[in-house]
Design a protein around this ligand. Structure first.
Ligand SMILES: Nc1ncnc2c1ncn2[C@@H]1O[C@H](COP(=O)(O)OP(=O)(O)O)[C@@H](O)[C@H]1O
Ligand SMILES: [Mg+2]
Length: 566
């Protein structure tokens, strides 16, 4: 940036020399003592032209360096800022992402960073340029003739006032245009992601008219902006013209008493015109600065955010297999829903532990607490008899394979989506085949022409809910975890497939601590220990047969689901 300032000064220095050179040339020509014939005149013209071009070249050269330094600086800062924000996003925990919507998070890193860059690049460049140029030109003008300078600058206050007025009007209008534009893009985006629902309900006409209305508003707002814009340049040109007229008229009067030369008047006209663009840009630069300030504030809000879950322990942690919940309660801060209430249970190493309950009973909340996505409001969770807050949570998560309720697959190949789960990155094709056979999804993958290289997502294949769940199981298995957590991950497969998968997983479940969450008894029947959850409270606990004999909620559920199956 300092280099940039130096280049601004150098570029403007040569720029200001140009009118000064014209001045001395004109004065020289009018003396006419050196010119005796036409060839003298041509030689002189060549000399003058050459030198003038030299000045112009130097001005241009430093202008090039100036842009190379200041604009590049702004791009480098933009790069740093984007990385800083992205790193912060990765540092923050689950609750932060629940609080903020995706659009906002995206805007911080693209839109807002862009505004700040505009300030650091063009904003800073034009501001310094105006200050330097104005000082240099005014100094030169006063040196030539202070009285004339005063007259020429007379329209300046009026011009500043007009520019200020017009540009704040322009700011307001362009803000309104942007607002409508973001409304329009949200509308478009929603139409695309919901296109199947729109077509199924035959609502194309309504959606179209909604869009047309928004597009109309956008057009109207833009028309107003164009009108103000169109008035802006002529106004500036008119005022500059006024200054030029003043230089000629007042300057002309001054030549009568020889207080000014013709060359000096010419230089004045050049100077006044050189000031046009820098002055016209004041309003634009002001708006850049205002917008950047607002954007930086929003960015800072995010950067200052401290994650609630902080890993306090960086010592390696090896999970032996014991988990204990001690009077754990959890209330969601945003909804005030008490999702888990005074819950206690113990899972011993290598046990298969099951949680069963209706939807909304708090099962997934228990899983999230176990993964320390958030901390309990009351009570404590012990991992190998140590409070979960005191263990190295990264190590614990690395040894855990979670199969979440909502499957998320990346827009990548099937193979890469599975390998995402692997700790050891050297996954062979035979590993992939073995694992996907276990998850009972290999026969589906085999059916695709590209096998494991098949692309998923927007530009690739769409899988059924059950296929996605089984890929998600493969992803967790390839991790070879010490703790396997299955959160309702067989809900979209039929009971027959469920049985096959559970049979395939038998040895995996027996050789490590596992937690199976379900609302279906068929998924958890063989677990060592089952707890029945209702409204976040533990209602019953025991093995399958014990619970049947208890004749409580579990046995009612069992009979109902058995009847349904039949
Ligand atoms: N992020 C959240 N914010 C607020 N409330 C939530 C959130 N997630 C779940 N809940 C509420 O907590 C309760 C338990 O939800 P959940 O643990 O997902 O149940 P389950 O997995 O058994 O279906 C429900 O009443 C649900 O509405
Ligand atoms: Mg759930």
């Amino acid at each position: 940036m300092l280099l940039g300032v130096l280049f601004i000064i150098l570029s403007n220095y040569f720029g200001v020399q140009m009118p000064m050179f014209v001045k001395s040339t004109v004065d020289e020509l009018f003396k006419t003592t050196t010119i005796k014939n036409i060839s003298d005149f041509l030689t002189l013209l060549l000399k003058i032209g050459g030198f003038y071009m030299f000045l112009a070249f130097m001005k241009g050269l430093f202008l090039f360096f100036l842009r190379q330094s200041i604009i590049i600086m702004s791009r480098l800062i933009e790069y740093d800022l984007k990385n800083e924000i992205y790193n912060q996003y990765q540092r923050l925990d689950y609750s932060f992402f629940k609080k903020n919507n995706t659009g906002d998070l995206m805007n911080r890193i693209s839109e807002d960073v862009g505004q700040v860059r505009m300030y650091l690049g063009p904003g800073v460049m034009y501001t310094i340029n105006l200050a330097v140029l104005f000082t240099m030109i005014i100094t030169q003008m006063i040196n030539i003739n202070a009285t004339l300078t005063l007259f020429v600058l007379l329209p300046l206050p009026l011009m500043s006032y007009l520019i200020y007025k017009v540009s704040s009007k322009m700011n307001k209008l362009s803000h309104q245009v942007q607002q409508e534009q973001s409304k329009m893009s949200t509308l478009i985006q929603e139409t695309f992601s919901g296109i199947r629902v729109i077509k199924a309900y035959s609502r194309e006409t309504e959606v179209k008219s909604k869009f047309t209305k928004s597009a109309d508003e956008y057009k109207n707002r833009n028309m107003k902006l164009v009108l103000v814009n169109a008035l802006f340049m002529p106004t500036i040109t008119f005022l500059i013209g006024l200054s030029t007229l003043l230089s000629i008229y007042i300057g002309g009067l001054m030549t009568y008493n020889n207080t000014i030369t013709l060359g000096e008047i010419v230089a004045f006209i050049f100077f006044v015109n050189n000031l046009t663009w820098p002055f016209a840009s004041v309003g634009w630069v002001t708006s850049i600065i205002q917008r950047a300030a607002a954007s930086q504030e929003r960015i800072n809000d995010f950067l200052k955010e401290v994650p609630e879950i902080i890993n306090m322990n960086n010592n390696p942690f090896k999970f032996k297999g014991k988990i204990e919940f001690k009077n754990v309660s959890y209330t969601y801060p945003n909804s005030g829903i008490k999702a888990v209430q005074n819950l206690s249970f113990t899972i011993n190493p290598n046990e298969t532990f099951a949680i069963i309950g209706k939807t909304g009973s708090g099962k997934s909340t228990i899983v999230n607490l176990l993964m320390r996505q958030f901390d309990p409001t009351e009570g404590e969770i012990l991992i190998d008899d140590i409070n979960i807050k005191d263990i190295n949570i990264h190590d614990f998560r690395k040894q855990t394979g979670v199969i979440p309720q909502d499957v998320f697959l990346f827009s990548d190949t099937i193979g890469n989506n599975i390998k995402f789960g692997a700790i050891d990155k050297n996954v062979s094709e035979s590993d992939l085949i073995l694992i996907t056979k276990k998850a009972h999804v290999y026969h589906n993958i085999e059916g695709f022409p590209d096998k494991f290289e098949t692309l998923l997502g927007e530009r690739g294949v769409n899988l059924s809910g059950g296929q996605k769940q089984r890929l998600s199981i493969a992803r967790a298995l390839i991790r070879k975890p010490n703790l396997l957590i299955m959160d309702d991950c067989l809900s979209a497969v039929d009971t027959e497939t469920e049985e096959i998968i559970l049979k395939n997983l038998k040895s995996d479940l027996n050789s490590r601590t596992s937690v199976i969450v379900s609302h279906r008894i068929s998924s958890i029947r063989n677990a060592d220990k089952i707890i029945v959850i209702d409204n976040g409270t533990k209602m019953e606990e025991g093995a399958h047969l014990e619970l049947i004999h208890l004749n409580g909620i579990y046995s009612v559920m069992y009979k109902k689901q058995l009847a349904e199956e039949k």
